[in-house]
Design a protein around this ligand. Structure first.
Ligand SMILES: Cc1cc2nc3c(=O)[nH]c(=O)nc-3n(C[C@H](O)[C@H](O)[C@H](O)COP(=O)(O)OP(=O)(O)OC[C@H]3O[C@@H](n4cnc5c(N)ncnc54)[C@H](O)[C@@H]3O)c2cc1C
Length: 420
């Protein structure tokens, strides 16, 4: 969120325009920019709405000295959440912390506890164990209800409209096989609690909906940048070429290894960086420990001259105090010492994968058909709505779009005319 009272409390200058500029850059040109603009502009209102639900931001502190990502630190409520401080993004707009966590634990649990209490207090009827199966449309195409039920069918008539919020499609192997676009191998881990079966998206498509951003995925955690010293490694492919600024947020590193022109990718540490960063906590045991760069090349199957020149250029950049290739923070540009060098596999096969695409919505959260016309009586939000952020998913970003477009959908649905 941007331009919030919590940021003001810590004298942080921010604006919804700067938030939008950062998010557009981070989305890699693939965001739903109109919806993203609404999300950014909605920030101050979302903050008040969250506080109204019982979330406590202002009792916490600004997390100190965070480089890239430092979420879920108990007692702190304002954080950097992604790549704000990485050079390419800091050039777009001055980096400021925009991740808001609620007390007491500073984790998502407090957010959802507050939402659940609000649902209870409003007397909302929640039907668990009743999965939606298909939408019901009248003769004019208006969505007027839904057929649901784990065993047998329950027909539920919509007095106003239907809002689809049934999550992504990471657990639907058929949809994943159809839409996953990264050329390099997909990891087995899915970023999901287990029910991202794509049913909401499929239901919308059956009612004539278009999709947006189905090829957008986040690849997380080949290397966590949450520990600064980890960023002192060098990530390279079998070509022997370096691939990314190693201090970028983990989904940006994931994107780089997913798109790399070589399948297998590796993170190399010298002994000082390995001791300080403990990469084995994130990447498992090293695939090789090498006494020289020639041995590193042999271990990763790369040309020895290519590896030698990659390290020579990197070391020269480090001594100049500037990453001339990818713009890694100079703090992490430390020349590689003599061996031993520890080599860890960190290709896309080690990434967790999350789907980001879904139904195409407009700025009012209406679901659109293939002609960009509103499907009357149908709204979507969260992972059921297609990739508001493009390829980006910083920590907490999804909470922002789930809530923003959930609220917008709810408000608009409540204004719909009487029963169809
Ligand atoms: C381990 C983990 C860590 C994460 N960390 C972060 C993070 O740090 N920051 C961040 O922003 N995001 C994070 N995410 C992602 C975030 O949780 C999701 O993007 C977000 O929950 C999506 O919200 P949603 O409401 O669209 O879907 P969900 O939260 O998945 O909710 C969808 C609900 O719909 C239900 N459902 C499914 N099918 C049907 C059906 N047919 N009928 C009725 N109900 C159905 C599901 O059971 C589920 O309860 C993380 C996810 C995981 C799994």
């Amino acid at each position: 969120m941007a331009a919030t009272p919590l940021q003001k409390k810590f004298n942080i200058e921010d604006s919804t325009e700067a938030f939008y500029a950062y998010m557009c850059a981070a989305g890699g040109g693939a965001a739903n920019e109109q919806a993203l603009k609404v999300l950014c502009d909605f920030s101050p209102e979302l903050y008040d709405w969250c506080v109204g639900c019982g979330m406590d931001f202002e009792g916490g502190d600004l997390y100190p000295g965070a480089h890239i990502n430092s979420f879920n630190k108990t007692g702190y409520t304002l954080f950097y959440t992604g790549n704000e401080q990485a050079r390419a993004y800091a050039r777009v707009t001055p980096p400021v912390p925009r991740g808001h966590s609620s007390l007491p634990s500073s984790s998502g649990k407090d957010i959802f506890d507050a939402l659940a209490a609000t649902v209870d207090s409003l007397g909302v009827q929640v039907m668990t164990g009743t999965p939606g199966k298909r939408l019901v449309q009248d003769e004019r195409g208006r969505v007027v209800g839904i057929i649901a039920g784990a065993k047998g069918d329950v027909a539920i008539r919509a007095r106003k409209a239907v809002i689809l919020t049934a999550g992504g499609f990471g657990n639907n192997e058929k949809m994943m096989a159809e839409h996953y676009v990264y050329p390099n191998p997909r990891g087995a881990g899915i970023i999901s609690a287990g029910n991202d079966n794509g049913t909401g998206i499929l239901m919308g498509q059956s009612a004539g909906a278009a999709t947006f951003g189905m090829g957008s995925f986040q690849l997380g955690r080949p290397l966590s940048t949450m520990g600064d010293a980890l960023a002192r490694g060098l990530i390279m492919g079998e070509s022997g070429r370096r691939l990314v600024a190693e201090d970028e947020y983990n989904t940006f590193v994931g994107k780089a290894v997913g798109l790399a022109l070589t399948e297998r990718c590796f993170a190399v540490y010298d002994e000082a960086a390995r001791t300080e960063g403990a990469p084995e906590n994130f990447l498992g045991d090293p695939v090789a420990t090498c006494g020289s760069l020639a041995e590193v090349a042999e271990a990763i199957g790369a040309d020895a001259d290519a590896v030698a020149s990659t390290f020579a250029f990197y070391n020269e950049s480090a001594s100049l105090g500037e990453d001339r290739e990818f713009g890694k923070d100079p703090r992490f540009m430390i020349p590689f010492e003599e061996g031993p060098f520890s080599v860890y596999a960190c290709g896309s096969e080690s990434c967790m994968v999350g789907s980001l695409g879904g139904l195409k919505i407009d700025v009012d959260a209406h679901v659109l058909d293939l002609s960009d016309e509103i499907i009357p009586g149908l709204y979507a939000a969260g992972r059921n709505a297609g990739s508001i952020f493009g390829w980006y998913m910083g920590s907490g970003a999804s909470v922002a779009d789930v809530l923003t477009f959930g609220i917008i959908a709810g408000r608009n649905a409540s204004q719909e005319g009487a029963e169809a």
